[in-house]
Ligand binder design. Structure first.
Ligand code: SAM
Ligand code: SF4
Ligand code: SF4
Length: 387
């Protein structure tokens, strides 16, 4: 008898749907300021560099689903840095000006600085450098901030759902302390990765009592705190409308403690509504800074949505709530060596896909009765396409 190890079958839980066929052919433009069927330009590309994370936020990667048996993508399925840059170059040719690296936790991807340096060499249609930023849970930021800045990263957004350790640990579900995220934010500020944004997902009944303490903590520090409505992304977080605290109520709670004045949007397609802290005269005081609210549930911003998302394995998603993406990896992995990629075919495919885009999930959801909201078709997980 041979001494073979005993294998057991591990049931795998794969939430990833199959890809849509890529529309090839010369119909799509290969460059220029491409617009979709609703006239929306393509400005912002979000790239997920890993589907893994060291946190288990209940609203994103709940422990019960993302456990030791979860089938994460094998390394060979991930886009390499060269493949990402090659694809990003063609998005930039269609008008992209801003790239956000995300995940999963992007700082878990080894040598991420190498990718940042490659992306930093791209130029917009107007010949300008790209705006390159990154969203992180902050756990590894203290260690990496300097190297990220040196590679060409301009800014970071850090997620932090409360200042109270017990509340934050309940949200991240891996016992991660607040102090370590705050050190990461301080290191990013010291490295010049500002203005830093801090994102707080608000779950009614779980961390909404942290709204005012968070605002007080970051007021006057140069950090822009943004409150995000808990969204019905993915299919695993057990979303319920009664756990959403509408942004209007967030603003009302802040107004009761610290006077605010409405500010103009900083850019077209900006998702956050901005509020500035007022001085004793009731005028915006830039030294006190600002907060933002992102009303993804109660106020759809689809009309201006100029964002495309590239998944960890190279699928293009046109909406955060889409259930399928277009397999761009198949176009860049035609041979063992990516130098042989047909750039024109890739550029045309991106043009075809964006020009045919009709997505406006939040607008359509807003028209549904409350009991039907959040009960949509099987949707892709946020950790896979990135937030
Ligand atoms: N791991 C990184 C982080 O947490 O910042 C990057 C990826 S995470 C998916 C990107 C953003 O999505 C985070 O700010 C996170 O809070 C947000 N997010 C995840 N699930 C969400 C949900 N159900 N509703 C609202 N925002 C969510
Ligand atoms: Fe990880 Fe970010 Fe999702 Fe939290 S929100 S589980 S940190 S990917
Ligand atoms: Fe954009 Fe989709 Fe969100 Fe609407 S629902 S703003 S189309 S990502």
């Amino acid at each position: 008898m041979t001494n073979r190890p005993a294998y057991r079958t591990i049931p795998v839980l794969d939430q990833r749907p199959g890809a849509l066929p890529v529309p090839l052919g010369a119909a799509g433009s290969t460059s220029g300021h491409t617009r979709d069927t609703l006239g929306r330009p393509l400005r912002d590309l979000r790239i997920s560099v890993t589907d893994r994370c060291n946190f288990r936020c209940s609203y994103c990667m709940p422990k019960e689903v993302f456990d030791k048996d979860y089938a994460y993508l094998p390394h060979s399925a991930l886009l390499s840095f060269e493949e990402i840059t090659l694809i990003a170059r063609q998005f930039v040719a269609h008008g992209v000006q801003k790239i956000r690296l995300t995940g999963g936790e992007p700082l878990l991807r080894k040598n991420l600085e190498v990718l940042i340096a490659q992306l930093a060499s791209l130029r917009t249609l107007e010949g300008e450098p790209l705006d390159i930023t990154l969203t992180t849970n902050g756990s590894l930021l203290a260690r990496k901030a300097q190297a990220l800045k040196a590679a060409g990263l301009q800014r970071v957004t850090v997620s932090l759902d409360g200042l109270d350790d017990a509340v934050f640990k309940k949200m991240n579900d891996v016992d991660f302390p607040v102090a370590d995220v705050l050190s990461g934010i301080a290191a990013a500020q010291a490295a010049g990765l500002g203005p830093i944004k801090v994102n707080m997902v608000v779950k009614r009944g779980t961390n909404d009592h942290e709204i005012v303490p968070m605002a007080r903590h970051f007021q006057g520090t140069g950090v822009v705190l943004r409150f995000i409505e808990y969204m019905d992304v993915g299919a695993t977080n057990g979303w319920r409308m009664d756990e959403v605290l509408p942004s209007a109520q967030v603003v009302a709670r802040l107004q009761a403690e610290m006077p605010l004045v409405a500010l103009e949007a900083s850019a077209p397609g900006e998702t956050a509504q901005r509020w500035g802290y007022a001085n004793a005269q009731g005028d915006y005081d830039p030294r006190l800074g600002e907060v933002g609210v992102i009303s993804s549930v109660t106020q759809a911003f689809c009309a201006d949505c100029n964002r495309a998302r590239l998944s960890t394995e190279g699928q293009l998603y046109l909406c955060l709530f889409a259930s399928q993406g277009y397999d761009l990896r198949s176009l860049v992995r035609t041979g063992a060596d990516t130098d042989r990629v047909d750039d024109t075919a890739l550029a045309q495919a991106i043009g075809n896909i964006w020009q045919g885009r009709t997505d406006r999930y939040s607008l359509l959801r807003a028209a549904l009765p409350p009991e039907a909201q959040g009960n949509g078709a099987r949707r892709v997980e946020m950790s896979y396409i990135g937030g």
